[in-house]
Ligand binder design. Sequence first.
Ligand SMILES: Nc1ncnc2c1ncn2[C@@H]1O[C@H](COP(=O)(O)OP(=O)(O)O)[C@@H](O)[C@H]1O
Ligand SMILES: CC(=O)N[C@@H](CCC(=O)OP(=O)(O)O)C(=O)O
Length: 297
Amino acid sequence: MTPNVADILIEALPYIRYFSGMTLVVKYGGNAMVDEQLKEDFARDITLMKFIGLHPVVVHGGGPQINKVLERMGISPRFVRGMRFTDQETMDVVEMVLGGKVNKSIVAQINRQGGKSVGLTGKDGGLLQAEKLQIMHQPDENKPPEILDPGLVGRVTSVNSELISSLSAQGFIPVIAPVGVGAAGETFNINADLVASRVAGSLKSGRLIYLTDVDGLMDARGNLVTSVDAPTVTKMIQEGTISGGMIPKLEYALDALENDVEKVQIINGTKRHALLLELFTDQGIGTQVTAQSGMEK
Ligand SMILES: Nc1ncnc2c1ncn2[C@@H]1O[C@H](COP(=O)(O)OP(=O)(O)O)[C@@H](O)[C@H]1O
Ligand SMILES: CC(=O)N[C@@H](CCC(=O)OP(=O)(O)O)C(=O)O
């Protein structure tokens, strides 16, 4: 029998009670911003979460959107172990696309739904202090690791969590673009999965949810892995079952758990209302990342 509307609302009640007052960091990947309908749904879900007493904080990406602009300018996007090779010209485009177009469009969508959203890059209020990232690469175990230089790519050294908390407490929904600022005022391009992990860690948030373009982590046979722990992640990376953008996502997910984030989930943001279904219904979706096996909901 199809549940009626009242049943659905009643099913949500224990979840709403549980999550009320909780800070949740939602990483909104560029691949999940596929069409206008999905973008509107996302903004609605986030606004609803805020109105029923949760404190969502959005960290967004925009990799595909940056690629589009670079290609229009005749620049071929280049990646070094999943990080965009960022020279000064690329950095200008990244800052324009992430801090401008993508950030402001999410803010506008949330505000249109009746939420109060504020867009920030890591430069606003010194939100994301960063330093240059050096990538260690060891393709051959018998040789010393090489250090790869991805250019103006940063790692987060500190997060101004007070700024985020005070905005949240005043009823705002912070929307953060992954652009950081260095000690000398320089601009760094930072992987959005990393920023989400560090923001969640600094807020000691109850949940970190990665919205991506697949149902979650898949095993070698292509089946969804509903729960994965640190040793299994390491094994799956070594075996090559986890590749590309999923590697940093899982590594940063594990970092977040080490920084006292209660729970990390990876879900498919290209499915309508994935966030609401995950949070407020009995049917959990996606992959839960845990530090050790046996840790469940
Ligand atoms: N084992 C795996 N399970 C699921 N996705 C994987 C796996 N290994 C690699 N991937 C790739 O990781 C991608 C998600 O990472 P990424 O493209 O960085 O997403 P986002 O832009 O949402 O951050 C998937 O689209 C998929 O192609
Ligand atoms: C250093 C680095 O790679 N930065 C990313 C920042 C955006 C991002 O992470 O976007 P998605 O989450 O949509 O992939 C980039 O330039 O693409």
